[in-house]
Design a protein around this ligand. Sequence first.
Ligand SMILES: [Fe+2]
Length: 318
Amino acid sequence: MDGSLGRPNTSLFNERRAFVRDAILEGAPEAKNSVFARAFAECFVDRVAEALEDGAWTQFLTWVDATYRGHAESIPARALFTVAPKAVSDALDTIGTPADVLDTFRSVTQEIAVIAGGILNSDGAADIGILEEIDVALASVVGELRALDPLTADHAQAVSAWCGRVAERMGLTKPEATKVTRGGLVHDFGKTTIPREILTAARSLRDEEWDLMRQHVLAGERAISDTPSLRQFCSIVRSHHERFDGLGYPDGLESHRIPITVRIVSVADSFNAMIAHRPYRPAMNPAHALAELKRCKGSQFDPGVVDAMIDVVTAGRS
Ligand SMILES: [Fe+2]
């Protein structure tokens, strides 16, 4: 879908951003006063504006998938997820958007409906009070990552989406799947402690810089342990660079001593890192990235998780 659009009048949409955000919030009165709702509406509209500008709707849908899955159990969030695409559609209609752009957004809306359908039809929306606290904390984590480096934040959101799909494929319980989806968002929070010039260096890192980079798992664990609603993710943050063969860090945990949530994040993290552009190398073809995962089955990665990841990626292409 990328790059297939005619040029919409993005300045008109930009002028209406505040109006569209308000329309989203007004459409979900039970949610409109929460910090999460305001952050969600702002982010949704900003990302539509970016996609209108550059045609990168696939990235927009990746963000939608991660966000919707990450907040699947929050009743206020569910209301927002339903009204947001319609509010944008209505706005695009009223500003004289070209027909090809409207058609594209209609197909994007249909894809959002598929994502939302899978989530909204699941039962058991849970306690709002506790989940709201997590929503706010997670929104803040992603905001901090984005302020540090947009690529790191995009990576976290994409990893979260992959984690949700792999967890579902492996038949994890709903609470475990939710935990691993959210864990994908926070796993690299420790990178907020790494100097930006190291994090975004367009060159190979020196040994002492790698040593510092490896510290992000412990720094991240320390940082999130201060927030009660995020403490449940400490093992994911601390252990996502452990390896199935015990040669990872920081503890050299082996095999099934690494929790399944962590083993899933580890595979999703590595796969998404390979297929993403980095300042020091181009993106790898997904088929090559899957071959690399296969090569590392049983050494770096849990074989069962790799199989599930391959199924998820392959199904997404067919
Ligand atoms: Fe990491």
